[in-house]
Design a protein around this ligand. Structure first.
Ligand SMILES: N[C@@H](CCC(=O)N[C@@H](CS)C(=O)NCC(=O)O)C(=O)O
Length: 223
């Protein structure tokens, strides 16, 4: 029962967050890539409510939901590697607010860009740009969302690093042209080993987006 296991899926932006967090802390773990079509008993048993990856299993105990897992990793290994969440309660609330925004707005818009057509797709593209501009404003002139240091909000957003390519491909538009500071930030994050090793090849996300598109808008299995 001892040790750390990750129920993982290569292109999942949520699982990518956990891979980055574990790498930043230098925590050794067993990577257990899951089949999301034929879910394993381990996955269903570990996350019976949502039956989704990622799940971190620490000494036999499952922890679900990527943002909760990243916070768990931060609290469980405080003396290993950097601290992800700011110490100041206000800054911490701010980081959590924007991470929640990423899940509610960036992820959902991305789903629509991949899965819808016509007017709905065009609206999602516009919304994606305005949401990304809000994030760019939040970044300001700092190198990272965490200020000088790469932190919780950086992990929350860079997990979509390879997916931005898929959104741009599917929408035939450029998010990065509209948000040059975000592009610089993406490149800065990719210089980090923890990030570059966790992000899949953009080709894999483009290919997976094609698969999701074929499944149509009824499917809720994304990324
Ligand atoms: N809110 C969850 C989202 C997790 C999620 O959507 N996982 C997807 C893969 S990216 C999944 O397991 N899909 C399988 C399914 O829904 O059946 C988190 O942050 O961990």
């Amino acid at each position: 029962m001892e040790g750390v296991k990750l129920l993982d899926f290569l292109v999942s932006p949520f699982a990518i967050r956990v891979r980055i967090a574990l790498a930043e802390k230098g925590v050794e773990y067993e990577n257990m890539v899951q089949d999301l079509e034929e879910k394993s008993e381990l996955l269903v048993g570990s996350n019976p409510i949502y039956e989704q990856v990622p799940v971190l299993i620490h000494d036999g105990k499952p922890i679900c939901e990527s943002l909760i897992i990243v916070q768990y990793i931060d609290e469980t290994w405080p003396d290993k590697g950097p601290t992800f969440l700011p110490k100041d309660p206000y800054q911490r609330a701010h980081a959590r607010f924007w991470a929640d925004f990423i899940d509610k707005k960036i992820y959902v818009c991305g789903q629509k860009i991949v899965k819808t057509k016509g007017e709905d797709k065009e609206k999602a593209k516009e919304e994606m740009i305005s949401n990304m501009k809000l994030l760019e404003k939040t970044l300001g002139n700092e190198p990272f969302f965490g200020g000088e240091a790469f932190g919780y909000l950086d992990i929350s957003l860079i997990s979509f690093g390879s997916w931005f390519h898929a959104f741009e491909f599917e929408g035939s538009f450029s998010i990065m042209d509209a948000c040059p500071k975000i592009l610089e930030w993406v490149n800065r994050c990719k210089e980090m080993k923890s990030v570059s090793e966790a992000l899949p090849d953009p080709k894999a996300t483009i290919e997976y987006a094609g698969f999701l598109k074929q499944r149509g808008s009824g499917s809720n299995r994304i990324m």
